[in-house]
Design a protein around this ligand. Structure first.
Ligand code: ZN
Length: 484
């Protein structure tokens, strides 16, 4: 098949195509299970294969994809035909940033292939966790497991030949209970990065059991708690909410296609403009954020993106100043041309497609915040006069240009004069993105840094679901409105 793909690419080049690439998925398999109150609610398996082809002709893209590879010539011709039609209506001719042509392989770390594990063993795990969560005060119990394994072969007209084998494991536990007014409260645990490998071995019974006990205990504390006060306080965000803060108000805001207005009709724009790069004080000097697709063992690390560009570790915000974006080959050329300066020196290697039947678009890799020098969580609490520790995402609402946000949390712990005093329920906080990041007053050290996984980030029309990670420390922000 590889040979056939290369021959087809040469054929279209000879017919005048500027650039051609093809992504062949020999297989992509998924297996998802969920258990609700002890009942197996869902157990599905799927397997598909196919190919997607992009052709660039006179500044316009054409795309075709099929799971039927009986007529590969026809499939390539269709992509070229689509590019020819699109070339009649070009508003801004597509150019691609330079890259090196690579012959490479990438395999995500996996010791035990989850597709070799019998279904009965997966169900037994969910059953065991369900029993652990079946405690007084728990009204609903939920557990899930999701496994993905896919092989991708990428070739292009510039001489690239890249093969990837990716295995993903996601899992979560959740409990819900009612307070004496009948209001429901939830607490969940999501599997985060554990060690250097993520196959079936990451479904660690002891780890999950400890977290099952913890979420039951904390949910019961919230049920019995008083309401969160409505006032201004310092908020201390644990990784279980810090990842979402980073995702929504740094990650999405810095996707270059969004900055250029390509997502306006669907996922929204960004308050960031091309003039802001190198200038905008996005956050306090304690804030350094990066897109690091080289972090081992995370869904945001994939070796090479779907432009064939190697994974990189790029700074987005350097000591508070905006310096970088999440980019692919096409958008950096367009941004540089439109701003009449060279903001971007090439693709940052973040163009990804959810599958063979979608075109790649700019997606978050691992959008991380560097650990800081303000010590452990205990150190930060000790140095906080009037604050609240927050964890868990309960609901979220974000301005369409990512300029404001409101997050509700699963749990809050009030802090008075350096001491944790009590748990509160219905904890929320809100703010304006730039003002909020500029109020960052403490960043925890390595001991507070965790890599949280995001299984279902949505973007694009037609919609594309993407997986990624966020390595984030505990952070404190001052003068934040809470409780409303
Ligand atoms: Zn998202």
């Amino acid at each position: 098949m590889l040979k056939q793909m290369q021959q087809q690419i040469e054929r279209l080049k000879a017919q005048g195509a500027t650039y051609v690439d093809a992504r062949w998925y020999p297989f992509e398999e998924t297996n998802a299970l969920s258990m609700w109150n002890g009942n197996l609610k869902n157990a599905t398996s799927a397997r598909e294969s196919g190919m997607g082809i992009r052709v660039l002709y006179k500044g316009a893209w054409g795309f075709s994809a099929s799971s039927d590879l009986g007529d590969v010539t026809g499939l390539f011709d269709k992509a070229f035909d689509n590019a020819r039609v699109a070339a009649e209506r070009v508003t801004f001719p597509v150019r691609l940033a330079e890259k090196d042509a690579l012959q490479a392989k990438f395999e995500s770390p996996c010791r035990l292939n989850p597709f070799d594990v019998p279904l009965a063993e997966k169900i037994a795990f969910l059953k065991e966790m369900d029993e652990k969560m079946n405690q007084e005060g728990v009204f609903q119990r939920f557990g899930d497991l999701t496994f993905v394994r896919k092989q991708i072969v990428f070739v292009d007209s510039e001489g690239s030949e890249i093969e990837k084998l990716i295995t993903e494991v996601f899992s979560s536990l959740q409990v819900a209970g009612l307070d004496d007014q009948g209001e429901m409260f939830e607490r969940k645990y999501r599997l985060d990065r554990q060690g250097d490998s993520r196959g079936w071995e990451s479904i660690d019974r002891q780890l999950f059991s400890e977290n099952a006990e913890r979420i039951v205990r904390e949910m019961n504390q919230v049920r019995a708690a008083e309401a969160c006060p409505k006032e201004d306080r310092s908020v201390i965000l644990l990784p279980g909410i810090m990842f979402l803060q980073t995702h929504e108000t740094i990650g999405h805001a810095l996707e270059l296609d969004r900055i250029l207005g390509y997502e306006l009709a669907y996922a929204g724009g960004s308050f960031v403009t091309l003039n802001d790069f190198g200038k905008l004080r996005y956050g306090s000097p304690k804030l350094t954020a990066r897109a690091n697709a080289t972090l081992p063992n995370s869904p945001g690390s994939f070796g090479y993106d779907d432009d064939g560009v190697p994974a990189q570790d790029n700074v987005l915000i350097d000591k508070g100043i905006l310096v970088g974006a999440i980019t692919g080959r096409q958008m950096v050329e367009e941004a540089n041309a439109k701003s009449r300066r060279e903001i971007f020196k090439g693709s940052s290697g973040a163009n990804r497609a959810t599958s063979f039947y979608r075109v790649p678009i700019e997606r978050m890799t691992n959008i991380n915040i560097d650990p800081g020098t303000d010590g452990s969580l205990d150190d930060i609490v000790r140095n906080t006069e009037k604050g609240i520790i927050l964890d868990g995402d309960r609901s979220w609402s974000i301005g369409s240009n990512r300029e404001q946000f409101h997050f509700a949390n699963e749990i809050g712990w009030l802090v008075e004069d350096g001491q944790v005093t009590k748990v509160v329920k219905n904890a929320t906080y809100k703010g304006d993105t730039v003002k909020f990041w500029n109020s960052l007053s403490a960043v925890g050290d390595e001991s507070t840094w965790k890599v949280e996984f995001v299984e279902n980030c949505g973007k694009g029309q037609p919609n594309q679901i993407m997986q990624l990670g966020h390595g984030v420390p505990v952070c404190r922000f001052d003068n934040v409105r809470i409780g409303e």
